[in-house]
Design a protein around this ligand. Structure first.
Ligand code: VGL
Ligand code: ZN
Length: 189
């Protein structure tokens, strides 16, 4: 059973990562049904958002790997309409510094402080994308001393290479991240 020390982190549920966007995760829409089902079972829910300036060094214009995505204050950076905004307690913007990738929700953000203020010791992670921002956020959570569980049915991978999602899960396991399904949390339906 979940307690007040458990928090939910929804990583980057933004339009640009969904079908039609410049960095679309093919089966990205799959995250929303489980997210809506479990959201209200958590006393603290954080959504992170990729929030890049237009001179971000990880965009292809500057020799980086990515097309322009999640530019600050553009429709592509908005949360999907599938996400119930009223159930989000905190929005964490990341990727603002043009020189750092900003994959992790903890990179140059107050996320760890917010979690500690709330005495959250265990974070559950879902969202986009498994092989970048979910992975980086989960591994950083472990490094910062939090228990971390990734919800396998509420994540989806970019898969630039076909097995990237699986490799990301292996890397998370090696960092001490637990795996679970949204249906195993004991949240009443
Ligand atoms: C992401 C690539 C670039 C993500 C963000 O949210 O996983 N991936 N920026
Ligand atoms: Zn990005």
């Amino acid at each position: 059973m979940l307690t007040r020390r458990d928090g939910l982190i929804i990583v980057d549920p933004q339009n640009d990562f969904l079908p039609g966007g410049p960095l679309a995760v093919a089966d990205g829409m799959r995250i929303f049904e489980p997210i809506r089902r479990i959201l209200r079972g958590f006393s603290y829910v954080v959504a992170t958002r990729d929030w890049h300036p237009d001179d971000h060094r990880y965009t292809q214009r500057y020799g980086g790997p990515w097309p322009f995505h999640c530019l600050q204050n553009t429709p592509g950076a908005e949360f999907s309409k599938e996400l119930p905004l009223d159930a989000i307690d905190e929005i964490i913007s990341k990727g603002i510094d043009p020189m750092i990738d900003g994959y992790s929700g903890f990179a140059a953000t107050p996320l760890a402080e917010h979690l500690r203020d709330r005495e959250i010791s265990h974070v559950y992670l879902c969202g986009l994308a498994t092989d970048y921002c979910v992975k980086a956020t989960a591994i950083d959570a472990r490094k910062l001393g939090f228990e971390a569980t990734v919800l396998l049915d509420a994540i989806a991978a970019v898969n630039v290479h076909p097995s990237d999602g699986e490799r990301a899960i292996e890397a998370m396991l090696a960092a001490g991240v637990h795996l679970a399904l949204s249906t195993q949390l004991g949240i009443a339906q």
